[in-house]
Write a protein that binds this ligand. Structure first.
Ligand code: GLN
Length: 487
């Protein structure tokens, strides 16, 4: 096995035994990026020099017998996460030359843990999308089939992990953006509970549902990364310091555990290959001792409409800061002196935002405007509360829920980029957990015509531990997570 193909767990053990160095690992990842990223286009920035320097520092620490699960482990971060001194564009023209002046809390924590930042990954502009086709810097390609999308919006992170360009990657999930690429790329993606991992230093999309989390090769690795990035942060008042991430079970029996199957998530319109993979997974879980219970979440059908009112509303407010004055001028400084204020404004706002960001700003401004606020935004918030209450209530009767992550495997590039509504429907199974703030994980569970399929486990608030337990037991009993795209 090549070093870049290792899991965090495997690499960590080899580093601790001093069988390999962090510099070896980092070089192997950088080499892989050079080999395949011309075709995949997962990375927007690669910081080779800085990464090697960080790796050297990690090796010094290891030499001095310092330990840590992420010490010396190379990773990539989605480009809407602030990385001090490194370009952070959110895949937007408006931030083309923006160098982050500080680290996001999660980046800071990874730095303190000795993880090595290799670079930044592509996404849909400002994380608006499910395919990376909305990036201002070109679409990322799915390593399993280069003519297909990797999912989105953390598509660069998903593709990079699937193609072994790094040992793990960071993404953000507002309405599925970690889980969708994990499903399409055949890897694990965890959306933590809202408030589990700090949003400080994310380029905000929808502040009430944004959550950063890991994309990894195994469930166990997701647990490792979460344990480092999670926790209360004085810079994000929505983080809480409760329910620590303990008792992570490493595989084994699921006796005594009940998994809910919400009937609204097993519906017509889902591809046959996905349904078959779900049925097979349910059988595998039964063999592990889990019991299943049919449950109902009748408000599920309002998830996408509610999400696409609340999200654009928050986006229209969050993107207002890119007013062409304080942020995001993509023109050079000396031009800036010549341009009058109005032309700067027009250039950065008019030409800076791509069509999807503009669409959402317009939708959100409309939904929040006087006379329409009550009919749209307020109503959507009320239904959102219903969705949350309903999910919490059902989760009192089971340990977690199992659903497909996506209704189908990765689609062709261009296939639905001209149909925003169709693209929004990609989120049919992922918006519920986002609106309710619940933890959810996507795990590979089979293939449909040689393309990966993912299953989703949704847990109780702050109960990522059960997702890890259930997910890792399944993973130990199956081999889907070991399959590699040939590229
Ligand atoms: N598909 C969702 C959207 O376009 C995903 C967004 C996200 O999670 N960042 O809004």
């Amino acid at each position: 096995m090549k070093l870049n193909q290792l899991t965090i767990k495997q690499a960590g053990q080899m580093l601790a035994k001093k069988e390999i160095t962090s510099v070896d690992l980092t070089k192997a990842c950088l080499k892989r990026i050079k080999e395949v990223d011309g075709k995949i286009k997962a990375c927007l920035t690669v910081c080779e020099k800085e990464a090697l320097a960080e790796a050297k520092k990690a090796d010094e620490k290891i030499k001095n017998d310092e330990t840590g699960e992420l010490l010396g482990i190379p990773y990539l971060a989605k480009d809407n996460i602030m990385t001090r001194g490194v370009k952070t564009t959110a895949a937007s023209k408006i931030l083309e030359n923006y160098i982050a002046p500080y680290d996001a809390t999660i980046i800071k924590r990874l730095k303190q843990a000795g993880a090595v930042l290799l670079g930044k990954t592509n996404l849909d502009e400002f994380a608006h999308g499910a395919s990376t086709e909305n990036s201002a810097y070109g679409t990322t390609h799915n390593p399993w089939d280069l003519s297909r999308v990797p999912g989105g919006s953390s598509g660069g992170s998903g593709a990079a992990v699937a193609a072994d360009m790094c040992l793990f990657a960071l993404g953000t999930d507002t309405g599925g953006s970690i889980r969708c690429p994990a499903s399409f790329c055949g890897i694990t993606g965890l959306k933590p509970t809202y408030g589990r991992s700090s949003r400080f230093g994310l380029i905000a999309m929808t502040s009430s549902t944004d959550v950063p989390g890991p994309l990894t090769k195994t469930v166990e690795d997701a647990a490792i990364v979460l344990s480092v990035i999670a926790g209360v942060d004085k810079n994000d008042a929505t983080t809480v310091d409760k329910i620590p991430l303990t008792h992570f079970a490493k595989g084994g029996s699921l006796k005594g555990l009940t998994i809910g199957l919400p009937k609204e998530y097993f519906i017509e319109g889902t591809d046959k290959g996905v349904t078959e993979a779900m049925e097979k997974a349910i059988e595998d879980f039964k063999k592990l001792g889990a019991k299943f219970k049919q449950v109902s979440l009748p408000h599920t059908k309002y998830g996408v409409p509610v999400y696409y009112i609340i999200t654009p509303s928050e986006i229209s407010s969050n993107l207002a800061r890119f007013d062409g004055i304080k942020y995001g001028l993509s023109i050079q400084d000396d031009d800036r002196a010549k341009a009058d204020l109005m032309s700067i404004y027009t250039k950065s706002r008019g030409k800076g935002f791509g069509p999807e960001a503009k669409r959402r700003i317009m939708l959100g401004t409309y939904a929040l405007s006087a006379g329409y606020f009550e009919a749209y935004y307020l109503q959507a918030q009320k239904v959102r509360t219903k969705i949350k209450q309903e999910m919490d209530k059902v989760l009192e009767t089971v340990d977690c829920l199992l659903t497909p992550t996506e209704p189908h495997a990765a689609f062709k590039i261009g296939e639905q980029s001209n149909d925003p509504l169709k693209m929004y429907l990609e989120d049919i199974f992922v918006t519920g957990a986002s609106l309710a703030g619940l933890p959810a994980i996507s795990i590979p569970c089979g293939f449909d015509k040689n393309l990966p399929v993912g299953l989703q486990l949704i847990g109780k608030r702050f109960d990522e531990a059960t997702l890890f337990r259930v997910g890792s037991s399944y993973e130990k009993a199956t081999e889907w997570h070991l399959k590699k795209a040939e590229i």
